[in-house]
Design a protein around this ligand. Structure first.
Ligand code: MSP
Length: 659
């Protein structure tokens, strides 16, 4: 029988900054969904990639002093880049598209021309508002308090000759699609789209730009580049081979079954995208699912807010599977959720270390301790099952169906909640059956004990199968520990209680989910994150040169002298100031106070030869007089100010004038 196909996509990421945990969220969800569909026997195509054109990238590259292509190459392919991150997170995408790939660029040109030839793209003048960070055009009426409705930032006035897409022509059909079908999910997003964007009147969309060049050139009108969102959205089809020879499975996989996207780009996917597909007379994707955001302290994560959480740090500290699990288990997929390290640790400790970890380690340890790792034949059945046996078996047998319902409605958090109900039930079953008590009289209770442990292995196996899309590596290790071979790791066997071979070889292996010492981990994380923040700062920064010039005579009025430190001590009640007693060659000691205590210990400075400006008017600091100022050199290293007192060769006598 031909396999059912399933085509799922993530948004393609802007490689303008390194990705953070918020970006990881959508890709992990898509990966879990793709793995689930493969598990159920579907022929899955999972696409992700990078959206590499647009003014934002052009600007960033010019700031970084490289070409836009060099800039994106580094973020996509470089160390800790997009590809590295997806490898680390065990993302099983079947394809990866970069919108700078030649085949995509050529295909977008053909697509643009086709809509133009049809009359759905026409030339006009663009007057309106443009949000540079979002690369979005807005009409006056769409602004919120005069600002970009997506990100809340200032918008710019823009006017230029441009091509327009007849979005207005498709307004009714799009409204019908949103209101009368289950195209856009969750349902709550439909009203927002219809009321905020369609009902006020869908205006034609500006789809070309002339003010920058980093984009797909409009081949029949040099100087214009295709609006980045048109270029980006069609990735879902060019990556299958639409208008190109690189791939050949457009007819097989298109239309997509679902596009997973973050809520702020639902407008592009549920209004502009279907309208353009209608214009192209192409089938529409079956669903768009707009998931919520991971928030930090109630706000969206973003590099510009400086609160980006580094998935590399979290994965290294807690493990990739634990991180994947946390993201999917904790936050209902359609809603926003507040990310915190505390919550991450708590979820790992409660669900993984306590519930799942305990079930696995107690079960495998008892099979080892009481039966040498292999249960006796006949353990699958029991002449007189007890109510708790029946309940565990019934719950585990019904689990697949509840899980499937949740996954099919794009509710991975609900699917996981169902799995954990069974895990918790199984742990309760251990307490109810008290295997350690049964083991005291093996002659009478041996068969019962073997049955209890078999039931626990079965519950663990079924949960392992259903957890595998979320924690692929851990599920494999679980299967190895309970002796479940490939034939009982299947989707079919997840609904078949009693599939595990009675005499499977069980081994208590490594503790898969060790408990985390929250206080220690939080302190370590804070230190690691601070280090990462520091590493991201420029290695060296220097004060900009003063543009104003100073005339020579004025400069010559400054009297710089060589001075020797006779004594030096900290100024009481000041954390910064040191008091210097200096020989300036005049025969009378000079006192200078200088804020260098953060950089030097006073005793280390005694005897040093320094430079001071000596004709500044005396100043009182912390109640003491300072007659002059010591010269020092300053710069910033990884955000930290560094200071070096100017020290001269000790052979130079005190009082020598610098000129
Ligand atoms: N390039 C566009 C997508 C084009 S699709 C044809 C884009 N890229 S993005 O890199 O800015 O965002 C990619 C995805 O990451 C979006 O779906 C966005 O919602 C998601 N996230 C970015 N930060 C996020 C959170 N803090 N939380 C959850 N998802 C968030 O948009």
């Amino acid at each position: 029988m031909e396999k059912k196909k399933f085509y799922i996509t993530t948004p393609i990421y802007y490689p303008s900054d390194k990705l953070h945990i918020g970006h990881t969220y959508c890709t992990v969800a898509t990966d879990a969904m793709a793995r689930y569909k493969r598990l159920t026997g579907c022929d899955v195509m999972f696409l992700t990639g990078t959206d590499e054109h647009g003014q934002k990238i052009e600007d960033k590259a010019s700031k970084a002093g490289c070409t836009p292509k060099e800039f994106v190459d580094n973020i996509v392919e470089g160390e800790h880049g997009v590809l590295d991150l997806w490898k680390l997170m065990n993302i099983s995408n079947d394809r990866f598209i970069r919108t700078t790939d030649d085949y995509h660029v050529a295909a977008v040109q053909k697509i643009f021309k086709k809509m133009y030839d049809k009359g759905d793209i026409y030339k006009g003048t663009y007057k309106g508002k443009y949000c540079k960070p979002c690369e979005s055009f807005w009409t006056e009426s769409q602004l919120v308090d005069g600002k970009c409705p997506d990100c809340g930032r200032e918008v710019l006035d823009a006017e230029e000759e441009a091509y327009f897409f007849r979005l207005s022509k498709y307004a009714d059909r799009v409204q019908h699609l949103l209101e009368d079908t289950d195209f856009l999910q969750p349902r709550s997003r439909v009203n927002e789209m219809v009321n905020n964007f369609i009902k006020p009147g869908l205006e034609d969309l500006c789809v070309s730009r002339t003010s920058f060049s980093w984009g797909v050139p409009v081949d029949f009108d040099p100087g214009h580049v295709v609006y980045v969102w048109v270029d980006a959205l069609f990735n879902y089809t060019t990556a299958l081979g639409l208008f190109n020879d690189r791939y050949h499975d457009y007819d097989h996989y298109w239309p997509a079954d679902v596009h997973f996207v973050g809520k702020e780009i639902v407008r592009f996917h549920s209004i502009i995208w279907p309208a353009m597909l209608m214009s192209m007379e192409m089938p529409l994707p079956k669903h768009v699912f707009g998931h919520g955001w991971l928030l930090l302290d109630g706000g969206k994560m973003s590099k510009s807010k400086g609160n980006v959480v580094d998935p590399y740090i979290l994965a290294e500290k807690f493990g990739v599977d634990a991180l994947r699990f946390f993201l999917m288990r904790t936050f209902p997929f359609g809603s926003d959720g507040n990310f915190s390290n505390e919550l991450l640790i708590q979820t790992i400790n409660v669900d993984l270390a306590n519930d799942l970890g305990n079930l696995l380690s107690r079960t495998t340890a008892m099979v080892g301790k009481y039966f040498g790792g292999t249960l006796p034949e006949g353990c699958r059945t029991c002449a007189e099952p007890e109510p708790c046996d029946k309940e565990l078996c019934a719950m585990a047998s019904a689990l697949r169906s509840a899980y499937e319902t949740a996954m099919e409605s794009f509710a991975p958090h609900t699917a996981l909640a169902e799995v954990f109900k069974v895990i918790q039930r199984a742990n309760k079953y251990i307490d109810e059956t008290a295997p350690w008590a049964l083991a005291k009289d093996m002659e009478h209770n041996g068969a019962r004990l073997a049955h209890v442990l078999y039931n626990l292995l079965e519950a663990t196996r079924i949960c392992g199968i259903l957890l595998s899309p979320f924690m692929p590596d851990s599920a494999e290790k679980m299967f190895a520990q309970i002796g479940a071979d490939a034939s009982v790791q299947t989707w079919e066997s997840a609904a078949q209680w009693g599939s595990l071979t009675e005499t499977a070889v069980v081994t208590k292996g490594e503790n898969l989910f060790p408990r985390i010492d929250a206080e220690k981990a939080l302190a370590e994380l804070e230190a690691l994150e601070a280090e990462a923040r520091k590493a991201a700062l420029p290695a060296m920064e220097f004060e900009p040169f003063t543009p104003e010039s100073v005339d020579f005579d004025t400069f010559c009025k400054s009297d710089f002298r060589v001075v020797k430190v006779k004594a030096c001590e900290a100024v009481k009640k000041s954390t910064k100031l040191l008091k210097f007693t200096l020989d300036d060659g005049s025969g009378v000691d000079r006192q200078i106070l200088s804020g260098v205590h953060a950089y030097y210990e006073p005793e280390d400075l005694v005897g040093k030869t320094l430079v001071a400006i000596v004709n500044l008017p005396p100043r009182k600091m912390m109640g003491q007089e300072s007659c002059g100022m010591l010269l020092s050199a300053v710069h910033t290293e990884r955000g930290e100010e560094k200071l070096h007192l100017m020290m001269l060769d000790d052979a130079i006598p005190a009082g020598a004038k610098l000129c």
